[in-house]
Design a protein around this ligand. Structure first.
Ligand SMILES: [Zn+2]
Ligand SMILES: [Zn+2]
Length: 238
């Protein structure tokens, strides 16, 4: 319904107003690629899995390392991202906050990243929103991404086992990574442990900043018997 309304609105607007790229302002050929032009999509900085990086969080480094300083105290096995949080990818993350839709290009990047990073899993779990936030927004943006990956891989999505039981303040500029990890401890809980036990979980979210949200979710999943937890996000702040 949302998607249909958005398409109708954009279609009508494009008749009266020229459609321009949300990143660079140039004219966009069509609506299939969302509101960003081909050239901005080409500029997305993707991780190169053949080059040196931290094997845990895939942040690029001059030499290969097993775990970087940013990865200490993190509970998941590996975290990968589709693109650096800027330009087209940043635009997708921001638009996902108001519309439950992932452009075709973003879906392709997600699938390519999943394959290139050799992520294998039994189940895809979106990072949940607190029920109050879910009520406000009407949907969970991480679930939209999870469903898109599920459609392309055939791996099931479990959106009910992991729940958020405590609200936290997001993106406080002054909060350090350690503050965030402490703040999020116990913010997530597993309500269906039998669905998680002995399974390899791929946790999915829109944005990776310090890894504190992902690690709090991963810890809850591991405490409930998950075999291991990997993480994939659309974007990452580097
Ligand atoms: Zn552009
Ligand atoms: Zn790292």
């Amino acid at each position: 319904m949302w998607l249909l309304l958005d398409k109708c609105a954009k279609g009508l607007l494009s008749v009266v107003l020229p459609v321009s790229c949300a990143c660079c302002g140039c004219a966009v050929g069509g609506l299939a690629e969302g509101s960003v032009c081909e050239s901005c999509w080409q500029k997305v900085r993707r991780p190169d899995f053949r080059r040196a990086c931290c094997r845990r969080c895939t942040k690029p480094y001059p030499v290969e390392i097993a775990e970087c300083d940013l990865c200490k105290d993190l509970a998941f096995r590996k975290a990968v991202y589709c693109g650096v949080y800027e330009g087209a990818i940043r635009n997708v993350v921001l638009e996902l906050k108001t519309l439950p839709h992932l452009p075709k290009k973003a879906k392709q990047l997600l699938f390519d990243t999943y394959l290139e990073a050799s992520l294998s899993c039994d189940v895809i779990v979106p990072v949940p929103l607190h029920p109050d936030r879910l009520k406000e927004r009407g949907y969970n943006q991480a679930e939209v991404i999870a469903k898109a990956l599920s459609q392309m891989t055939g791996i099931e999505v479990d959106s009910i086992s992991l729940i958020r039981v405590r609200k936290t303040v997001k993106n406080r500029a002054w909060a350090t990574r350690t503050d965030r990890i402490r703040e999020l401890k116990g913010a997530f809980r597993i309500c269906k442990p039998r669905r998680i036990a002995n399974r390899s979980v791929l946790l999915i979210d829109d944005l990776y900043t310090t890894g504190s949200t992902a690690t709090a979710c991963a810890q809850a999943l591991l405490d409930s018997g998950a075999k291991d937890v990997s993480v994939i996000t659309l974007a990452r702040r580097l």
